[in-house]
Design a protein around this ligand. Sequence first.
Ligand code: IVH
Length: 699
Amino acid sequence: MYSKEQVAELNQLSEQLLKSESSFSEEERAIALRKVINYHDWRYYVLSEPVITDFDYDYLFKQLKELEAQHPNLVTEDSPTQRVARALTNEFESVSHLASMLSLENSYNLEDIEEFHKRVTGLTNTTEIEYCVEPKFDGASIALVYENDMLVRAATRGDGTVGEDITNNAKAIPSIPLSAPFSKFGIYKVELRGEVIITKEIFEKKNAERIAKGEKGFQNSRNTASGSLRMKDPNEVAQRGLEAILYHVSFAEDANGKNLIAEKLLSHYSVIEMLYNCGFKTPLKELKVCHSAKEVDDFINTWDAKRLIFNIETDGMVVKVNSLKMQQQCGSTSHHPRWAIAYKFAAKQAQSKLLKVEFQVGRTGAVTPVAKIEPVPLAGVTISSISLHNEEFILEKNLLLGDTVIVERAGEVIPYIVGSIPDLRNGSEIKIDFPRNCPSCNSPLVKPEEEAVWRCDNVDCPAQTEERAIHFVSKDAMDIDGCGSSTIIEFIQRGFIKNIEDLYRLPYDEILKLEGWKEKSVSNLKAGIEDSKNRPLWRLLNALGIRHVGVTTSKDLAQHIQTIFDLEKMSVEDLTNIEGIGPKVAQSIFEFFQNESNIHLLNELKNFGVNTANRPEDSISKNNKLEGKTFLFTGSLQQFTRDRAKQLVEENGGKLLSGVSANLNYLVLGEDAGSKLAKAKKIPSIVVLTEEEFLKMVE
Ligand code: IVH
């Protein structure tokens, strides 16, 4: 960025300004102050090698601020004093990226890298390929546009085509230069991509400060970075200690509008060097140019160990074809460039102590052991509670209370216990006794031979009633407004609810007398309960909490009956004849409708006016655009939630599958899609869609 001579000159200038020795005019002084402050910012925020004290830096900054306050005509757009905008942002405007922000293909083993190399060889017609391998920074993506050497726009990734304009917030990040000398490289307009991150050190420090102030700690650095980018007040953004690392030029033009990518900018390495020389933080020091898949593998392996001590969270390595010409030869899919691949590091593990095991009773009576462990940070979140599934799991893993256990969490997946470390036992460990009676109602637990789960069979078990009622009122079931899980728990404790039907005979006068309840909340609750009497049949079917019966099965069932009472007369065979219902599900439905107390519940609900019939107006498929088509969603969805995705598929007559198989028609990709995508690629009949492409299908 700065030559040796420039560094010497700037150090000297800095000293002059500190001693106020200079005989500058005011304008010259403002220029000089800006120059040295930018230089010190670069040393501090980009190089992490400051050469002056914070005290002296503050003094220089104060001088510039005062000078500009006295002479507003001396303020320039890229003056370091202009980093923090005074106004709050009300709403982030949508802006189109100059080049669409694609994601990366993920891989989890080194064989994938070899395969990637083979594919690139095929696409470029040569085996002589250079790869740049660099860390995959775990933060929030950002796109910066510089025009005529000035930062003119910063945007979040958004849907890859359109993002949110966060320019004011980006200016509050000191390692993002407000101006950069791209003109030296013949560039007039350029779009850069990078990642906004918080170093591990700063993240821990900020978290400790918040906790000391009694505030809630941040969950993990990636969420904190992306949340911080969307704050309304740039002053607050400036307090978050964010940094930006730039690793890609997605668009570059000269003053005549001529594209420079692969014309003047020739390799990824030289682009990174250029960005470094323009004053950006880049992966230049971490990057390695490799000449074979073997060299790439070796370098990734060294990083797998090194990343733990690297001060920035990384979730993998990115392998990129170095030559930009070759990158163009490879091209892109609608999801990712074919010239790059992300290698994701293996699941992260941590050690903790198994403190106790609690036994939770679910709505179907299943008793699940839940391990309470000493809280341990793992892959960005603190874990203190982990399901142990069932008794067999505890025996298989040979777990004892007091054991040191290994906890693992792969990506976004729920944490689990890999096992204990018996060598670390000191004799004080205690055997875990699985209860033989229900922890809630004390009824003896039962376990059919072929099953792994112990159950409480008592339909009036308070723990089950609680879980069942919570499920009954939930969004995907009867969707009762004004009645959340805490309300249910309170009503059960007060004896208002002993069974599901009690929801329809709540003592509203008494509820009104309770703390926290007002006329309005009671009337909302009443309205919610009344409304729920008019729900389509499938909702009631789902609300009953029949084992193995969720929304999809409930919809399948509802279409095949006139009233819910028809199910009482159906055999397992009749049920299996319904499309989408297998023998296990059929058996469970059959058993449910043979149980007298369940029929009693349904009669009660009917008497209260709850709809139990399949009405013509509830016809499930509003249209049949996706009739007969099967879908699966993978990765983190950016455009809609999983629930919405499911709803869209089902409303349009399509069906969701739970895994990749030859029966799957469409795989819809969110960000960071992983193994499902790899699997789907092996089945040629599966069509891979982006979220946007899927939305177009249902529009
Ligand atoms: S290159 C067109 N390089 O990972 C290719 N991406 O999971 C541009 N990421 O969306 C991406 N570190 O936000 C690239 N060194 C790196 C990266 C990196 C982190 C992010 C990026 C991307 C996501 C994909």
